[in-house]
Design a protein around this ligand. Structure first.
Ligand code: P6P
Length: 296
């Protein structure tokens, strides 16, 4: 349902003013990033702390967003997927940020979905995901959308000539779900996990996998189901980063009536041992996650 012209600024008036100012400031990066993507292409000659080749767009977006956060004067530290260590921005900032500047950036070459993932904490990082005060993502697709929660439900906005306008409020995972999207090679899934997915297929769930967590999560938020980059026989901790990817999306999922698990328990409860920690990630409709935990 299209809500007529309620802007993100108006929507944020209902929450803590500093937090609302920060979310509004972060929403302001969307236009610049989507406008710059056609020009920031190709490989950089560096690797990130995970040993992954960085793209020109990764490094540019990382620096651009960190500069914008610094200008807000509201941010103390940032943990970014593209930075080897925690970055200190100020002594006086209220918030600590986890950031994946361009999640799924390998999709840029093929013009598939990419996005920016931001977790907002008051507590010093690293911290358990349940301690976030807000979480959001911006999705650069056929249109640019922004989804946020400040523990006030999950709300989606559409980028228009007049800025971000409310498109969906208090979003919940539709029941029953329709989709599943699973990373990693099927041959490397744990046998119990593979059996679970085969049961979903038998029940008529359709495969949708686009190669970016933010894009694949957004599909599940709209159509219901499950996304996972699970533990693999080859990678027992999976691929996704706990702080800058899984915790943020798990916080949003919970606010949308869903759940997440590392296979055993809620991702949001994990006490991080390092800022680069990876976590097996399964996220989506609560009933599907509960059933998965029983099987694994
Ligand atoms: P694969 C992107 O690099 C990412 O971290 C997530 O956004 C995405 O879900 C996953 O990796 C895709 O991994 O192995 O399918 O390329």
């Amino acid at each position: 349902m299209m809500h007529m012209t309620k802007t993100i600024k108006e929507h944020l008036e209902g929450i803590d003013s500093d937090l609302g100012s920060l979310i509004l400031k972060i929403s302001g990066i969307a236009n610049t990033i989507s406008n710059e993507l056609p020009y920031r292409r190709g490989k950089a000659d560096t690797k990130n702390v995970f040993g992954e080749l960085q793209l020109v767009a990764d490094k540019w977006a990382d620096q651009f967003i960190i500069d914008e956060l610094r200008k807000s004067r509201l941010v103390k530290t940032v943990v970014s997927e593209e930075q080897p260590d925690l970055v200190k921005l100020s002594d006086t900032g209220t918030f600590n940020i986890t950031l994946d500047p361009l999640d799924g950036s390998s999709n840029i070459e093929s013009n598939n979905l990419v996005g920016t993932i931001v977790g907002i904490y008051k507590e010093d990082l690293p911290a358990p995901g349940k301690h976030q005060v807000a979480a959001m993502y911006i999705l650069y697709g056929p249109v640019t959308t922004l989804v946020y929660t400040a523990q006030n439900g999950v709300h989606e906005f559409l980028q228009t000539k007049k800025g971000f306008v409310l498109r969906g409020e208090n979003m919940k995972f539709p029941e029953p779900g329709k989709l599943y999207g699973i990373g990693g090679l099927r041959k490397d899934w744990l046998p119990s996990f593979r059996k679970y997915i085969e049961e979903l297929e038998t029940a008529g769930y359709k495969l949708r996998y686009g190669g970016s967590f933010v894009g694949d999560f957004n599909q599940i938020l709209h159509y219901g189901g499950i996304f996972a980059y699970p533990a693999l026989t080859t990678k027992p901790t999976g691929k996704l980063r706990l702080l800058v990817e899984s915790n943020t999306m798990s916080f949003i999922a919970k606010q949308a009536g869903g759940a997440s698990t590392n296979g055993k328990s809620s991702i949001l409860e994990i006490v991080p041992e390092s800022i680069t920690q990876r976590v097996p990630t399964c996220i989506g409709n609560k009933g599907l996650i509960e059933k998965l935990e029983k099987i694994l």
